[in-house]
Design a protein around this ligand. Structure first.
Ligand SMILES: [Zn+2]
Length: 341
């Protein structure tokens, strides 16, 4: 069968080859390869192969943006630590953190290293970080095509409050942003999966955050890194913020709790967890998974009328109870969550 090269829709891949859908078998998963220099093609799905004239003059489609694979934990921590040294905290953000609504102290703000992601200066920030260590594979950084095809490391991310997400060893593995202008979600990940210009960006992975307190054997689980930091500073307990009520599964959370010698867990999701059946189900699933792994599980509870999150409740001094699963399921039934079964 003759190959109509002009009808092909191929993109560059490695080694100067092009690939795309196969005109012989209709495969759309890019099993069809053309080497324009040698003038040969082959489909690894149907086996069609042969020579074709004019391949050297074929004009391919633009390459798909390749996502850079995630850097290892040491590189992530090094790059983010340098980034946090490079940035500062604006007066507005400091005021917000010190306000009665948040109730953080100067000391905690220092320790947790909140920073401001400014609206400008992203190429300068990228260059300053890259002088120390190349931020390849670090979510938030990407290569910007500057003048004369010069490639410069640049920092992505919406302007806002930058919050480091730390593991049990205190290493930074990712960052969340609280954007200055609300964009739907109150918090977004620092990511460079889709920078407007440039390439070699990396998408953020959803990671949990550890706010370390004094008690090393018990961990309280909540949602949101700022909430965890506030609660840990108020109670002196270790808080872990999961990236979303349903998002602990892929995060390695349970394995890491066990590896760090944690024996007991208190689930302290927002108070709507007893009245919202989706959240109630998520809490129950997390509780069962933790117990199956040999951890002692209990549940934090307070009247939903009093406060939504445990951080708000702690700022109001009171009403917190820790109950066992039986009692918690009773509260869910009483409050209309129902989805525990
Ligand atoms: Zn084929």
């Amino acid at each position: 069968m003759a190959l109509d090269i002009a009808a092909l829709q191929l993109r560059p891949v490695a080694n100067g080859e092009l690939n795309g859908s196969c005109p012989f078998c209709g495969d759309r998963k890019k099993h069809f390869y053309l080497n324009p220099h040698k003038g040969v093609y082959r489909c690894f799905k149907c086996g069609a192969s042969g020579r074709v004239d004019g391949a050297a003059h074929y004009v391919p489609l633009a390459p798909l943006r390749q996502e850079e694979p995630l850097a290892d934990a040491t590189t992530l921590d090094r790059v983010y630590s340098i980034l946090f040294r490079t940035l500062s905290l604006s007066a507005e953000h400091r005021e917000h953190l010190l306000s009665p609504k948040r109730g953080l102290s100067e000391q905690v703000i220092q320790e947790r290293q909140y920073r401001t992601l400014p609206p400008k200066d992203r190429i300068r920030i990228g260059r300053e970080v890259a002088e120390w260590v190349e931020p390849r594979g670090v979510p938030g950084f990407y290569l910007y095509n500057g003048k004369n095809d010069r490639q410069l490391w640049c920092l992505a991310g919406l302007p806002g409050l930058l919050i480091p997400m730390r593991d049990f060893e205190g290493r930074i593995r990712g960052c969340q942003i609280r954007p200055d202008k609300r964009v739907g979600a109150r918090y977004v990940w620092l990511s460079s999966a889709n920078p407007r210009r440039g390439s070699n960006g990396t998408g953020a992975r959803a990671v949990y955050h550890v706010a370390r307190g004094e008690d090393p054997k018990t961990v309280w689980i909540t949602e949101g890194p700022l909430k965890a930091d506030i609660a840990a500073s108020r109670m002196g307990k270790t808080f872990v913020a999961v990236p979303g009520v349903n998002c602990w599964k892929g995060s390695g959370l349970i394995e890491d709790l066990l590896a760090n010698g944690i024996r007991a867990v208190v689930i302290a999701y927002d108070s709507d967890s007893v009245s919202n059946q989706h959240v109630a189900r998520a809490v129950t699933e997390l509780g069962w998974a933790l117990r199956k792994s040999g951890l002692r599980v209990s549940y934090a509870w307070w009247p939903p009328e009093r406060a939504k999150g445990i951080d708000d409740l702690l700022l109001m001094n009171g009403g917190l109870r820790v109950v066992n699963e039986q009692a918690w399921l009773g509260l869910v039934r009483l409050r209309g969550g129902r989805a525990a079964g």
